[in-house]
Design a protein around this ligand. Structure first.
Ligand code: 5GP
Ligand code: MN
Length: 338
């Protein structure tokens, strides 16, 4: 965000406004954390603020400060539409293309409000009046911290805001280990702890939430893990039947894709999860080093994301999706073996 944009934002926020904050479909810790942090910040100025998610999110996020105020578009469509209709300003957080908002895509495309995008994914679309895009940033949550910093309001960060920002930085960096974690990220985190984020409690709330069936589903995933040494690739499949047998709830498979990547020598990991309800296979992709899963997903699986973490989908059956995946790998043999 440059100085002109900062001035523009300041002007937009100088009188009270009806504001809607929207996340991507299947919101994660960064999407919910950044939205709620911005929510708390904006309501402190007297704005009318509503966070709207396209659909539900995992139970392990349902303790966050302000979470109970979130409107889910798929189950609260009418109120959500009214809020969007009345909005002067719509912030889109942690995504940069309307298509990432599921059924809200066409609603957002028609909305009259001015848009502000705050996001750290590659190749942002051009729908927003103000685009704050930083693809190298650890998380949208870290961007919210810098957004507040640019508005000279760091002293307005309450323990609630600090907690929300902390969550997204933590979840999007694999607890501060991915390449996107810089010394500035750590300085931001240190300041959030000073401002009241309880780091131990946050880690417990997010990560120590297993149930027996969830751990057993992890066992299924590990059992299904396959390695293709010639491509330095590992992948996992989980069928709808396996999910059903383990009382699957949204978020239960989060992080499973990393099992493959934790094997010594593996550069590329994938997980294919059958979703009979939506009639798709949801795909998560991770890599280490120069191989871009963002490009791979854009080219073959209708998705995208970041260089080393991306997602996508397939309309084929689970086994045909895996077959397609394996058939593509020879094209990338050289880069995967670099
Ligand atoms: P995950 O595998 O954890 O669902 O997503 C990894 C990264 O890829 C996240 O930054 C997420 O926003 C992005 N992503 C996941 N699924 C999709 C998709 O279908 N399309 C695009 N463009 N990005 C995705
Ligand atoms: Mn993110």
């Amino acid at each position: 965000m440059n100085t002109n944009e900062t001035i523009k934002i300041r002007r937009l926020l100088s009188s009270s406004k009806n504001i809607v904050i929207v996340t991507h479909k299947n919101p994660d810790g960064d999407a919910i954390g950044s939205s709620l942090a911005l929510y708390h910040y904006l309501i402190s100025f007297g704005h009318d603020v509503t966070v709207i998610t396209p659909n539900d999110y995992p139970l392990f996020l349902k303790w966050m400060p302000g979470e109970h105020t979130i409107l889910k578009y798929d189950s609260n469509t009418k109120i959500a539409l009214t809020k969007i209709e009345k909005a002067d300003l719509i912030f889109t957080l942690d995504f940069n293309h309307f298509s990432r908002s599921g059924d809200m895509e066409h609603v957002l495309a028609k909305a009259e409000a001015a848009f502000v995008m705050i996001d750290h994914h590659q190749q942002p679309d051009t729908y927003a009046e103000i685009t704050y895009s930083a693809p190298n940033m650890s998380s949208t949550c870290q961007m919210i911290y810098h957004f507040i910093e640019k508005l000279n309001d760091l002293d307005k960060i309450t323990p609630e805001i600090a907690t929300c920002i902390y969550v997204g930085v933590m979840t999007d960096t694999g607890s501060f280990r991915y390449r996107s974690t810089t010394s500035i990220t750590h300085r931001v985190i240190a300041d959030l702890i000073d401002k009241g984020a309880d780091n131990t409690e946050i880690h417990e709330n997010i990560y120590d939430t297993n149930t027996l069936s969830k751990i057993q589903l992890k066992g299924i995933a590990l059992n299904n893990l396959k390695v293709l040494p010639e491509y330095k690739t590992a992948f996992i499949t989980i069928s709808q039947k396996e999910l059903d047998q383990h009382n699957f709830k949204k978020g239960d498979t989060e992080g499973f894709v990393n099992f493959g990547l934790s094997i010594k020598g593996i550069k590329f990991a994938a997980i294919f999860i059958e979703n009979k309800g939506e009639g798709i296979i949801k795909i998560s992709l991770r890599s280490k080093g120069s191989f871009s899963v963002n490009e791979f997903s854009r080219n073959h699986f209708e998705g995208g994301g970041h260089h080393n973490a991306a997602g996508g989908r397939s309309n084929l059956s689970l086994s045909n999706t895996v077959e397609k995946f394996i058939s593509i790998l020879p094209t990338y043999k050289k880069v995967l073996n670099q």
